[in-house]
Design a protein around this ligand. Structure first.
Ligand SMILES: NC(=O)c1ccc[n+]([C@@H]2O[C@H](COP(=O)([O-])OP(=O)(O)OC[C@H]3O[C@@H](n4cnc5c(N)ncnc54)[C@H](OP(=O)(O)O)[C@@H]3O)[C@@H](O)[C@H]2O)c1
Length: 363
């Protein structure tokens, strides 16, 4: 394995190595930058990294600004201004061209007169979409796009899904026994995965904007859906409860995070609870829920069950990724796991559990 890793690094070009570093930085923004994309930037002068940065929490400076500030702070303004003129800046996503919560990054790169700007992939956001790179190229700066492009697209699959499909990126998550059971035959809770898997799920929650469960799961498992075994912010909690049967003292209503209840009866606010009434629960429920969440700038969601709820999202074709833990336990009877017609792209061990990742298509 060590040999393989070494070979892999050696076979990368210099540009790919620096873009790899951008991706390592970008991921540090997970769970804080949404609905912005996760971006990393590296500034290289005479073959040395002189500054790096990644996107600050939403509303804060973008990766390029943080990398530039890093150089200014390290070398002082006078020296930094000279260095920028012979530097290449690598950015995992095209620099923005528009005024948003912060000024356009493309203008800043032009102002500092960089020698080269190398970008992992274009930004499909309509106000950018090639315009950032055009501004830079029009100013006479060398540009290149497409270094580690697939990896850069994958890094921002949540952002691209929201922009291009007008819905959050959907991650399905469940645990099953080695013989494919999801829940006991008699209604109730029986834990399947191990403690390490549980902690990993809390980390995942900290990285996504929302987490959803169905009525029976809320009633039988009484989940909190928080990140208490990890650090980070709790995601929005989403509950499907058509007839509002989940009691007031349920953990989902403990005030630890915002909870949105999709139901057929009520549309109002109560503290951190928001009730959204849907007219028709029988038609396009997953699509309607996702559209409402899209309007709230929710960029990603984990569907944590139960089986009926997960299967509805699968059958509606609105899922992007599935993360399935399989334990060694054999139950021989019970509620069957959701049916997914996709092959695992990768599998690894989390203690005794096997964790498999599935992807619907694009990524
Ligand atoms: N293995 C795992 O990873 C995992 C994860 C979570 C839960 N679980 C287990 O799974 C079991 C619960 O799963 P489940 O499949 O029975 O329940 P579920 O998916 O949590 O909830 C299903 C219920 O939610 C309501 N609902 C969902 N979609 C609806 C729609 N389109 N229209 C109207 N109502 C809708 C319905 O309630 P009504 O029928 O009352 O209308 C439906 O019966 C529990 O035993 C729990 O412990 C296992």
């Amino acid at each position: 394995m060590i040999f393989f890793a070494k070979y892999y690094v050696c076979s990368m070009t210099q540009d790919e190595l620096y873009m790899r570093r951008c991706l390592d930085l970008a991921v540090l923004g997970a769970g804080t930058v949404s609905p912005n994309p996760m971006v990393g930037a590296v500034i290289v002068c005479e073959n040395k990294i002189i500054g790096e940065g990644y996107t600050s929490p939403y509303g804060g400076p973008h990766a390029e600004v943080n990398a530039v500030r890093h150089v200014l702070e390290t070398f002082g303004e006078e020296r930094a201004l000279v260095m920028f003129r012979s530097s290449t800046i690598y950015v995992s996503l095209e620099p923005c061209a528009h005024q948003g919560k912060t000024p356009p990054c493309a203008d800043m790169l032009v102002r500092y007169n960089f020698f080269r700007v190398i970008v992992g992939c274009l930004d499909p956001f309509p106000k950018v979409n090639g315009l950032g790179l055009k501004k830079i190229a029009d100013a006479g700066i060398q540009t290149q796009v497409g270094v580690l492009e697939q990896e850069c697209l994958f890094m921002n699959r949540r952002f691209f899904t929201r922009i291009q499909q007008q819905r959050p990126y959907v991650i399905l998550k469940w645990a099953e026994t080695s013989d494919g059971f999801f829940a006991p035959a008699e209604p109730g809770q029986q834990w399947i995965s191990n403690a390490a898997s549980k902690q990993l799920v809390h980390k995942w929650r900290a990285e996504e904007d929302a987490v959803l469960v169905g009525t029976s799961t809320a009633m039988l498992d009484n989940p909190s859906l928080t990140v208490r075994l990890w650090k980070g912010r709790n995601p929005k909690r989403i509950l499907i409860d058509r007839d509002l049967v989940v009691p007031d003292d349920a953990a989902l209503f403990d005030g630890m995070a915002e909870t949105i209840v999709f139901n057929a009866k009520r549309a109002d606010w109560q503290g951190k609870r928001k009730y959204i009434a849907l007219e028709n629960f029988a038609l396009y429920l997953p699509q309607n829920i996702l559209y409402q969440l899209y309007l709230m700038d929710v960029q990603s969601i984990i569907i944590e069950g139960g089986a009926k709820t997960l299967q509805q999202f699968i059958d509606a074709g609105v899922w992007d990724e599935a993360r399935v833990f399989q334990s060694k336990a054999r139950w021989t009877t019970g509620v069957a796991s959701p049916r997914l017609s996709a092959r695992a792209r990768s599998s690894s061990k989390v203690g005794n559990d096997t964790l498999s990742f599935y992807f619907r298509d694009t990524y």
